[in-house]
Design a binder for this molecule. Structure first.
Ligand code: B3K
Ligand code: ZN
Length: 864
């Protein structure tokens, strides 16, 4: 495998204006006939098309059948046509084997359904093509099947324009997509589904037919997703002024899919877990995820499809921006603070970790071996944070003006991150030159804050400095939203503080002064997590407690509590002694738990302690077992210290959590969040009858998977004596539903106990598990790979378990294998013994025959 560099970008030598595709669908030998109208764009004599795993049948150029070797050459991953004219029609006929396609990239057949996945470079597994995002073509697609009963639905992008039967008796359906698009947005689906239909009328007055195709018998689980789609369409009109542009929008839910979903023009393909949901089988979080992913794919129609990426190095142009839009959509649905805190957790545990490891990359990377490896938390979530920083700096109005400008200037084109920034510059009149470094520099900056108060001058001097974990980095332009509080907790707004409370740090070190302050205020930086940075915190316990009680911003209050947890954990680790929590913290948590007026969702988040993985990310050298011990002690200390209040809170919120009238209201969701959190601690009190009874009561709340699974998770993770029976009952009740059984697999893989390794091993033999289905592999093995202390067991048993799975998936499904590999890459941060074990498993993997490029790239980066 070879690396590609961003700096080497060269515009394509040919354009392909139209593509006329004919698919003769067959399980093992699908015939593809692809006719393209091609034009030369420079003086390149030969046309070199991409193609992988294709059987070429014949090539015709302007009605002339070409001769192999003389007119063209077939390479392992290309087809070169010699000396082509300035303008010509080219017809390529080839066959593919969809049944043998276990990598689920290109055209594949699984569970009786033909389905395609082309992003990033899967179209070349369907036919020979210029498979790059800056080649935009108008597609017409005809699908032929022998047996219409087996495949009543034959789908592709755009509008259905014709149907018929051939002389040989094949049924066919033809689709035409009027919008030029890159090949990665192409899709076909053929299968037998139940169909849910609705309509939406856009602000422009267009009547859009909305269709959801789901597995037979699952129609009642698609209503929520349909509502989410309509909400997304309305929201994008209201907040961004963007309307849908075709007369039909289709969503197909499939069971075999490598990732969440795919935004193919007019024909989204979804992993069924992000479409299907009803209360008995899906948790509130599942519903929230469905809404978010439906929104995300819909929002791509403008940010991704109408304006696409010039090359794959620009991936964050569409992904970062679309995640930002998705986050704003979710927040506008009503739980903004809760969403923000959850997004920050993802950044801190996963993105900071990636940025500190061997695969660290800027949101616009410079070098790529396997593109599929770059659908990362950095490109997606940090990309969204960078867009959010622009939004913070510019404000909603100016940001929206920038969006309008971006769209006006780039609609119908393949754009770059710089095009986006230029539109924002033009709309705002601001110079974003320094801000651009967020696109080119990897790593997590760390800011340090020092305050100095002069009573005589009534003046606060704040010195903020920034440092980077990547020595070559130049200073970033960092928006730091702040709050100033009096000792009594009143908000202060000295004249020097800008109206939006955003300080702009552009130098390595900068001083800000605030006057007219009668007493030393509490200075709280990074409100709303205004920048994806670490903050070297030296604030006193008293200051942190003031923030937890009085900050206006929910993230600041939450973060101050996180600081207190983190301090306790770090002290316990440093001293090797027992963990102690400040009384003021315990008292504060007690007060929140029993306060009937505080938002139970936010209380639940306050009680969420850092994960082992999250704590590990704070260490340069990771003390695995000390972290494990400290987190266990923290969990137990809270369970013991808050026992009475946890019970009280559970009892207080139980009626709301089970209120049938308000089933999916914000209030009910919040109540269930808190009941689950309380039980998650209480189940550690294994001798308590009161807990036993509530665990049983909540597990019996059959109408709500949120509650049932919350109880199961509490019992299993605390190794409560109810765990075994509940696991058995749950399996018995849900064995017919693989998406629910995924939860059952995951909960067992995440037990923070040495027994989890043997358990996971045993579960790979269970009938609920299936190596060929990515959802099953993620549920069991990816879940285990984040069970930090168990993966990193000193004897290497955790590594062995993961590595045998990776070996097994290397050729069958490299994308899935590659996801499992990531937690093993950062070996330099462990002790000598673990370093040795990890280096050994990585070089073992490297020596595998047929090592997939996805794995090759990561292993090389890690061992270099
Ligand atoms: N664009 C797709 C991801 C494709 C991943 C290819 N390995 C889904 C999304 O981000 O919306
Ligand atoms: Zn996306």
């Amino acid at each position: 495998p070879t690396a590609r560099y961003r700096k080497d970008y060269k515009a394509p030598s040919f354009s392909i204006d139209t593509v006329d595709l004919h698919f003769y669908l067959d399980d093992t030998c699908t015939r593809v006939v692809n006719t393209m109208q091609v034009q030369k764009r420079d003086d390149e004599p030969d046309l070199v098309l991409d193609g992988e795993q294709l059987q070429l049948v014949q090539v015709t150029l302007d009605d002339r059948l070409l001769v192999a070797e003389q007119d063209y050459k077939v390479g392992r991953k290309s087809l070169t046509i010699y000396n082509v004219p300035a303008q010509f029609s080219l017809t390529i006929e080839n066959t593919i084997n969809p049944s043998a396609n276990t990598a689920l990239e290109g055209l594949y057949k699984s569970a009786g359904v033909f389905c395609s996945q082309c992003e990033a470079e899967g179209f070349r597994r369907i036919t020979y093509f210029l498979d790059r995002p800056d080649v935009l073509s108008v597609y017409t697609t005809t699908l032929y099947v022998a047996n219409k009963e087996e495949y009543p639905h034959l789908l592709s992008n755009g509008n259905k324009v014709d149907t018929g039967t051939t002389a040989e008796g094949l049924s066919w359906v033809r689709w035409h997509d009027p919008y030029p698009k890159p090949s990665y947005l192409f899709a076909v689906v053929a299968g037998d589904f139940d169909l849910l239909e609705d309509t939406y009328t856009t602000a422009e007055g267009r009547q859009v037919l909305l269709q959801f195709f789901v597995d037979k018998g699952n129609l009642n689980k698609a209503y929520f997703a349909m509502e989410a789609l309509k909400n997304s369409m309305r929201w994008d009109e209201q907040r961004f002024g963007l309307s849908y542009d075709l007369d039909i929008y289709m969503v197909v839910a499939v069971d075999f899919f490598n990732m969440g979903a795919m935004e193919n023009k007019g024909l989204n393909v979804f992993n069924s877990k992000f479409v299907l949901a009803d209360e008995a089988s899906a948790t509130d979080q599942d519903f929230i995820n469905v809404e978010a992913v439906i929104g995300h794919e819909y929002f791509h129609n403008w940010t991704g499809n109408r304006i696409t990426c010039r090359d794959w190095f620009q991936l964050s142009l569409k992904e970062g921006l679309t995640v930002f839009r998705e986050q704003e959509f979710s927040a506008d649905q009503g739980m903004r603070a809760v969403n923000r805190i959850q997004d920050v957790r993802i950044m801190r545990t996963h993105q900071f970790e990636e940025d500190a490891g061997p695969m660290a990359h800027a949101i616009r990377p410079d070098i790529v071996v396997e593109m599929n490896n770059f659908y990362t938390v950095t490109i997606y979530n940090k990309g969204a944070e960078v867009v959010r920083m622009l939004h913070t700096l510019l404000g909603e109005q100016t940001f929206q003006a920038g969006m309008r400008r971006y769209i006006a200037d780039n609609d119908g084109k393949a754009a770059t991150c710089n095009d986006f920034l230029q539109a924002m510059e033009q709309a705002s009149g601001r110079n974003l030159n320094q801000f651009k470094r967020w696109y080119s520099q990897a790593g997590t900056p760390e800011i340090s804050v020092q305050t100095d108060y002069s009573r005589r001058q009534r003046k606060l001097t704040v010195t903020i400095s920034q440092a980077s974990d990547k020595p070559a980095n130049a200073p970033f332009h960092i928006p730091i939203q702040v709050e100033l509080l009096s000792q009594q907790g009143e908000p202060l707004h000295p004249p020097e503080l800008p109206v939006n409370s955003v300080l702009e740090l552009t130098e390595p070190e900068q001083t800000f002064t605030f006057t007219g302050l009668k007493e030393a205020p509490v200075f709280a930086p990074l409100a709303n997590f205004s920048a994806p940075v670490k903050c070297n915190d030296t604030r006193s316990l008293d200051e942190l407690i003031t923030i937890t009680r009085f900050a206006q911003d929910a993230f600041l209050r939450w973060d101050a509590v996180q600081q207190l947890y983190s301090q306790a954990v770090h002290e316990a680790i440093a001293q090797g002694g027992a963990l102690t929590l400040p009384n003021a913290l315990i008292d504060g948590l007690k007060a929140s738990l029993t306060d009937g007026n505080s938002d139970p969702a936010l209380v639940a988040l306050l009680l969420q302690i850092p994960s082992e993985e999250g704590v590990a990310a704070e260490f340069k050298y990771v003390p695995v077992s000390a972290i494990h011990r400290a987190i266990t002690e923290l969990h137990e200390a809270l369970a013991r210290g808050l026992y009475t209040e946890l019970l009280q809170a559970w009892d207080m919120h139980w009626p709301q959590a089970t209120d049938k009238q308000a089933a999916f209201s914000k209030e009910a969701i919040a109540a269930r969040m808190l009941c689950n959190t309380c039980l998650g601690y209480l189940a550690a009190m294994t001798d308590s009858e009161a807990v036993h009874e509530r665990l049983q009561r909540q597990f019996a709340a059959e109408q709500s998977m949120t509650l049932v699974f919350g109880a199961l998770q509490a019992a299993v993770h605390n190794q409560h004596r109810l765990a075994e029976v509940q696991l058995a009952q749950f399996a018995n009740r849900w064995q017919h539903d693989p998406l629910v059984m995924d939860k059952w697999l995951a909960v067992q893989a995440t037990v923070r106990h040495a027994s989890s390794i043997a358990k996971v091993h045993e579960l790979t033999e269970h009938s609920a598990f299936d190596w060929s289905n990515p959802n099953r592999v993620y549920a069991l093995l990816a879940s285990f790979s984040h069970n930090f202390a168990q993966l990193h067991q000193a004897d290497g048993a955790g590594y062995a378990l993961l590595v045998s799975a990776i070996k097994r998936l290397n050729t069958a499904n490299p994308q899935v294998a590659s996801r499992l590999l990531s937690p093993l890459l950062n070996w330099r941060r462990f002790n000598d013994a673990r370093q040795g074990l990890l280096q050994q498993v990585l070089s073992d993997l490297r020596n595998m025959p047929d090592l997939a490029p996805d794995l090759f790239e990561k292993i090389e980066q890690s061992l270099r």
